[in-house]
Design a protein around this ligand. Structure first.
Ligand SMILES: *[C@@H]1O[C@H](CO)[C@@H](O)[C@H](O)[C@H]1NC(C)=O
Length: 467
């Protein structure tokens, strides 16, 4: 595994496919039938390996009240802006956070034994975080829902001639989502552990962000090749209140198929906690910085027979921990399969035209949704939209905008895409997906890409569009 795409998921992190036909056949197999088929026909297993896993849970999308109530239950109310008390106002941003004071009382940062590198043990992190929050009371309110997004890519230029352009667009997409929802974003372009390259690089990055952001409850890793394709959708954090780690996956495929693609480690939420530090210690114990790296490769291949390459990788490592240390970690891991916490681009890209039409039709009938508004209040419109998306469903086969579209196997930076599809189909799909997302942003700025494949052209939107 070359360290070209330093921060992304493994090359074939999503099961690759031979033909569209192979995929169709796997889609039509009902989830419960998986188990029977798998043992029976070896040939089918082969097709299976090369086909996309359908998501058994999203095939029958169910309305989730959490998703709807959460949208109308966002961050705390911003304090009113008082221009006459300029000093106080400058010291705080509009959410009432005080950026200008770090009390002199010692905290964990002052401890000389405290370190950011993954080989420095940290204990009592929950208490240390709590203590810091007590010292910085302005960060206390809303702390339980505070999210910091983290992504990253390699330190040098991409070898794919359009790779850096694509990464910039993916980054812009994340910035757009974060700005809309008031999240901070950290983009890392260095190996924080020199040996933890490729898909292992995210663990030391996430760990460092955790320690630098004691004010954040959740750290949200999003691969550089993943794009937000629903700018309104918000994480249903209430649903995860008893969990510390959230990953997209399918429990049946984890526990019955023991497949290395039963989940995708390219997007995850991890609670800023001692649990997370301990978990990442164990998880990174399978990484290339350890003397056991090769051994772990073998163990993981024995555990997940369909694993495509010999090196130990973070994704199979995660499956392994769920399978072998379920008692220790499993009850705090939420395997999210109900919506596109991340979704495979090939299954998503062909649905975007119909989704656009559906949303436009709804807007034509509802004046309130068409109303122009400032971007800062867009969350309230997201909540309003939910009323009209009740029948849309979630995930596969739904007509809701997919939350995150993940270009697994495309490798935009190195260009070394999976041979199952052409590079051109990857780059075209990225253009379409990124413009689809960009249209949701441009809407507040009065413009639209009429043609999703034409990144360079926009038209001004007439008043009351799309009436
Ligand atoms: C889009 O909608 C049309 C008309 O309802 C339908 O025939 C077509 O199969 C849909 N396309 C996709 C990719 O879902």
């Amino acid at each position: 595994m070359k360290s070209t795409e330093l921060f992304q998921s493994p090359f074939s992190g999503q099961p690759s496919r031979t033909t569209g036909g192979g995929r169709r056949s796997s889609l039509s197999i009902a989830s419960d039938a998986f188990v029977f088929f798998s043992g029976a026909v070896a040939a089918l297993l082969l097709v299976w390996t090369f086909s996309t896993f359908s998501n058994p849970q999203t095939t029958q999308p169910q309305p989730n009240p959490n998703l709807i109530t959460h949208a109308s239950n966002p961050k705390p109310e911003p304090k009113p802006f008082l221009p006459s008390v300029s000093d106080d106002v400058c010291a705080k941003n509009f959410d009432g956070l005080n950026f200008q004071q770090d009390p002199p009382d010692p905290n964990f940062y002052d401890d000389p034994t405290f370190g950011y590198t993954i080989d420095t043990k940290i204990t009592n992190w929950d208490e240390k975080r709590k203590e810091w929050l007590k010292q910085h009371p302005s960060f206390g309110s809303g702390a339980e829902e505070r999210v910091v997004m983290v992504s990253g890519s390699q330190s040098g230029p991409c070898t794919n001639p359009i790779g850096d352009h694509l990464l910039l667009r993916f980054y812009k997409n994340k910035v757009d989502y974060c700005r809309r929802h008031g999240y901070d974003i950290v983009y890392n372009q260095v190996l924080l552990h020199p040996q933890m390259h490729t898909f292992w690089a995210k663990i030391p990055a996430v760990r460092a962000v955790m320690l630098a952001h004691p004010e954040a409850e959740w750290i949200w890793w999003v691969d550089s090749d993943a794009a937000f394709t629903d700018m309104d959708f918000q994480l249903p954090l209430q649903r995860y209140k008893n969990h510390n780690f959230v990953v997209h996956g399918w429990p049946k495929l984890i526990y019955e198929k023991k497949s290395w693609t039963s989940l995708n480690a390219g997007v995850f939420l991890i609670r800023n906690s001692q649990w997370a530090l301990d978990f990442m210690d164990v998880w990174s114990g399978m990484g290339p910085q350890t003397p056991n790296y090769e051994k772990w490769g073998e163990v993981l291949r024995e555990t997940c027979k369909d694993k495509a390459f010999p090196e130990s990788d973070d994704q199979t490592g995660l499956v392994y921990l769920l399978l072998k240390e379920k008692e220790k970690w499993g009850d705090k891991v939420y395997v999210e399969g109900e919506y596109y916490f991340e979704g495979y681009w090939l299954e998503i890209v062909e649905t975007l035209d119909n989704i656009t039409e559906k949303y436009n039709n709804i807007e034509r009938g509802v004046r309130r949704l068409r109303r122009r508004h400032g971007e800062k209040v867009s969350e309230s419109y997201g909540a309003l939209w939910e009323e009209y998306l009740k029948d849309a469903g979630y995930g596969k086969f739904s007509w809701r905008r997919p939350f995150i579209t993940h270009f697994t196997g495309c490798q935009p930076c190195s260009g070394k895409h999976n041979q199952m599809y052409s590079g051109q189909s990857c780059w075209d799909a990225m253009r379409k997906v990124l413009n689809f997302a960009d249209n949701q942003v441009l809407r507040n700025y009065g413009f639209v890409h009429r043609d999703l494949l034409d990144s360079g052209s926009v038209s001004p939107l007439p008043f009351d569009y799309p009436a």
